[in-house]
Design a protein around this ligand. Structure first.
Ligand code: C5P
Length: 314
């Protein structure tokens, strides 16, 4: 069932379990400006939703509970600090309804991997609980609630390929001819803390390099329209990459292994430590993935396609 009509009208209310699938994201361009007074950095980013999904199911309940399986089970706290619980409570407060639901997460997006897994789960929760509780918020309203939970939540409600500004929460879709891009992800052992990576970038910027200027994404946006992997590959850029490499020098070996495996291009995804490689097509992605696995430089390797829609009822 598609919960959202083509003109983004009010979603229906669901009596039974609501199951929502949400993608992860990579940043094709991540331009980071100086640190702002509110503790965030100004961004110019191009978000791209890819086919590595988490799935959240919301059922009626007498209290608010959360269980999970998959990536990070036993590691991820399921208490009030969890973004899913915080999202459910924020939505209930805004909709003036009791925050009663039994939530279950099936996780495939690695924790602290630079793929916005936490924001993805918050986005899925907002959509699922809105339908379960019949609070009837528009996608824009959910995005507004989500922006306070994580910078990437509004994008993960929208999906596709989009320009992110502000601290990432302000999203506008990029209209391009439909093209599917093929990616290979090198998933690392252990995560990187996003605030720490930003702090490391600030520290590096106290030296003469890298520059603190906020770069725009114009070149990448032009490349997106040409639909040629080698053109897009040449414009992929991530200002957080030097900081992630500084905190995790072994990522340089992962990037090199990806190029050695024949990838068109490779960058660190967001704040890392996941590295993402562009392939020419689906078959090429499988070939790069097999060689990268063989190189033994990361925990696991997965292929993914993009762009994908944002959080959706399945
Ligand atoms: O919004 P999110 O929860 O993803 O941000 C986590 C942390 O990452 C922030 O508290 C901040 O330290 C850092 N951050 C930043 N600038 C941004 C986004 C995140 O400094 N634009």
């Amino acid at each position: 069932t598609e919960a959202w009509g083509p003109d983004d009208d009010k979603p229906r209310r669901f009596a039974g379990p609501v199951k929502v699938r949400v993608p992860s994201k990579i940043n094709l361009h991540l331009g980071v400006g100086p640190l702002r007074e509110d503790g965030y950095h100004e961004l110019n980013t191009v978000y791209h939703a890819i086919s590595l999904f988490d799935e959240l199911t919301a059922r009626r309940g007498d209290t608010l509970t959360l269980t999970m399986e998959g990536e990070g089970a036993g590691e991820l706290a399921l208490d009030d600090s969890n973004l899913i619980i915080r999202a459910a409570r924020a939505l209930a407060a805004r909709g003036r309804v009791p925050a009663h639901a039994r939530l279950h997460l099936r996780k495939s997006i690695p924790l602290a991997g630079g793929l916005a897994g936490g924001s993805a789960d918050a986005a899925a929760t907002l959509l699922a609980c809105d339908l379960l509780w019949g609070t009837g918020f528009s996608r824009e309203e959910l995005a507004e609630i989500g922006a306070e939970l994580g910078s990437d939540v509004p994008f993960l409600l929208h999906g596709g390929t989009a320009l992110g500004t502000g601290h990432g929460e302000s999203v506008s879709p990029i209209l391009a001819r439909p093209t599917t891009w093929h990616w290979v992800l090198a998933i690392a052992d252990g995560g990187l803390s996003t605030p720490e990576v930003y702090r490391e970038l600030d520290r590096l910027r106290e030296g003469p390099w890298p520059p603190a200027a906020l770069e725009n994404a114009d070149e990448l946006m032009t490349a997106l329209r040409q639909r040629k992997p080698e053109v897009l590959g040449a414009t992929l850029a991530n200002d957080l990459q030097p900081a992630a490499l500084s905190l995790r020098p072994a990522l340089a070996d992962v990037l090199k292994a990806g190029y050695d495996a024949g990838a068109v291009a490779g960058i660190v995804s967001g704040s890392g430590p996941t590295c993402v490689f562009l392939a020419a097509d689906g078959a090429h992605a499988e070939q790069v993935a097999a060689e990268l696995t063989e190189a033994g430089v990361c925990r696991s390797v997965v292929t993914a396609r993009g762009p994908m829609p944002g959080a959706r009822v399945t």
